[in-house]
Design a protein around this ligand. Structure first.
Ligand code: AMP
Ligand code: MG
Length: 370
């Protein structure tokens, strides 16, 4: 806890030493940005909104501050942090080389949900990069994030602000659930536009390699820079494959209940889920179902929640983590989810949902009924 932080705020709302700053008007926004940025500069931990998920920010160039992130999250120390910057000029000090393809991608997608892995300079402590000689960098597209990063000195390490292994936070209340008493401040920026973490591309290799799928798809990357490889460990979940993004090897995004994904023709999926639900209810278990706006009516039993609409799968990405947390709150024993692989964000959504389900996928066949 950075005690000097207390002098920076009129304690808006205090939760076991974690202060929540809300933003209702322009004046309050400026004050909160200053408080949050100054707190990070002093070595504190501040959760703030980005366009993807809420980040847990610390000064990326201060080894001791960055280490505090690992403690607060219970994050394994070999899982490196992404450095967030607010101005393209900031890149030169933390990376030793900016490949031409990186320039093209930053011009096209920054600020935005794209993280690039490049070679680091001496300035970046190894505790920020999990001991690696490369560093992951992104410029978020959220006005509060950008303002806080500038106020903090320009380099903010900010992994998702959840306890390691839990679903990433997409609301300030999710951050508070996990981080109450563990961090100095939470800046409440309301709902976030994307809801899942950034796309990560390793640009130290040629062709560049996708390490984590996100809102920026492989097709969008290929349109700009041509060939892009995909980390084989991301596609096959074979045990011997070690992902190139160290964090991807951990079971992430998990709800407390057992989650199973059911895949197949929509009608067959609905029928199968209903059968599984009845079976579980008979055993006296509390069951959740992840459906969509279109299929809500197909499930007569269990607790049904819509994750969004298949007509626009960005709504599914946006609600994914929130729905998992809602089922946690309801203390269900198991959850059955439809599969969402078809749309533009299908890869990113199924990557996160698959991890939440520890890759338990049930394939169902089309029913014979005419
Ligand atoms: P999070 O901050 O929770 O969104 O996770 C950051 C992700 O970026 C993790 O999967 C990390 O393993 C990955 N990452 C960060 N830095 C590097 C790096 N230098 N090389 C490869 N992957 C990285
Ligand atoms: Mg995370």
């Amino acid at each position: 806890m950075v005690t000097s932080c207390y002098n920076l705020v009129e304690k808006e709302e205090m939760h076991m030493n974690t202060i929540v700053l809300s933003i209702d008007n322009e004046q309050q926004m400026q004050k909160s940005v200053k408080t949050a940025g100054d707190c990070i500069r002093l070595g504190g931990l501040v959760a703030f909104p980005t366009e993807t998920v809420y980040g847990l920010g610390a000064d990326a160039l201060n080894a001791a501050a960055a280490e505090k992130i690992y403690t607060a999250k219970g994050r394994p120390s070999d899982n490196p942090l992404i450095i967030h910057i607010a101005d393209i000029e900031a890149l030169d000090r933390i990376v030793s080389e900016i490949p031409q393809k990186a320039k093209i991608l930053t011009e096209r997608f920054w600020p935005g949900p794209l993280t690039l892995v490049m070679k680091k300079t001496e300035l970046v402590p190894l505790s920020t990069t999990g001991g690696l000689q490369t560093v992951a960098v992104r410029m978020p597209n959220h006005p509060l994030a950008l303002a806080i990063i500038r106020q903090a000195g320009g380099y903010v390490a900010a992994p998702s602000a959840n306890t390691s292994g839990r679903p990433s936070p997409t609301l300030a209340k999710h951050v508070l659930e996990d981080m109450e008493g563990r961090i100095d401040l939470i800046v409440d920026g309301g709902e976030l536009p994307i809801g899942i973490e950034s796309t990560i591309v390793d640009i130290t290799v040629d062709p560049p390699m996708l390490l984590r799928p996100g809102y920026i798809t492989v097709e969008m990357l290929q349109e700009c820079i041509g060939e892009v490889d995909t980390d084989p460990a991301m596609v096959s979940m074979a045990a011997h494959q070690v992902p190139k993004a160290p964090g991807m090897k951990y079971r992430h995004y998990a709800p407390k209940a057992e989650l199973k994904i059911v895949e197949g023709e929509p009608e067959a999926v609905a029928e199968a889920i209903d059968k599984f639900v009845i079976h579980q209810l008979e055993k006296g278990r509390k069951v959740g179902i992840i459906a969509t706006d279109e299929s809500l009516g197909c499930y007569p039993q269990g607790i049904v929640k819509s994750i969004g609409s298949r007509k626009d799968d960005s709504t599914i990405a946006q609600n994914l983590y929130g729905v998992l947390r809602e089922f946690d709150e309801l203390q269900v024993d198991c959850i059955f989810s439809e599969s969402f692989s078809e749309g533009k964000m299908g890869n990113a959504i199924m990557n996160r949902l698959g991890k939440a389900a520890a890759n338990q996928v049930i394939h169902v066949q089309k029913t014979d009924k005419e």
